[in-house]
Unconditional design. Sequence first.
Length: 169
Amino acid sequence: MRHIRRLAALAVTLAALLAARPARAQPLPNPYGAPITTEVAKKAATAALAEARKNGWAVYATVVDTGGFVAYVERIDGVQVGSAEASLEKARASALFKRPTKLFEERITAGQLQYLKLPGSMPLDGGVPILIDGKVVGAIGVSGATSAQDGQCARAGVEAVSPPPPPTR
């Protein structure tokens, strides 16, 4: 019984500490644009899978539109079956929150456990929004390798269809 009271007190203390943290202003995420086309979705997935093949990783690549609905899916033979759903959830979370899923992973790793309760979040790297002309048109989710490797592949897919802006002088 004493252990239960200690755990309850610890939970209350943790909740109070998290609630007491100062809020940080976050920049507004990019606006939504027209949903991604199948042609662009396929190009992103193809580039992500090319990065995986180059490194010997078997993965799924799922691209979703702005509403989180599947636009294109492709896989490398031999990938674990569970990665199909994981790649979809990474893509969906990234499109719906307009942020890379790596952000959720980093926040949770830093102890901000409230992100575990955020409906639709996915605390693993591998989901990245796809921007065209500064607008979110969808997202790609990659799963099957390690979290960091999935993220590497997803970013390669995004770079194939939405190159980073040129450096400013």
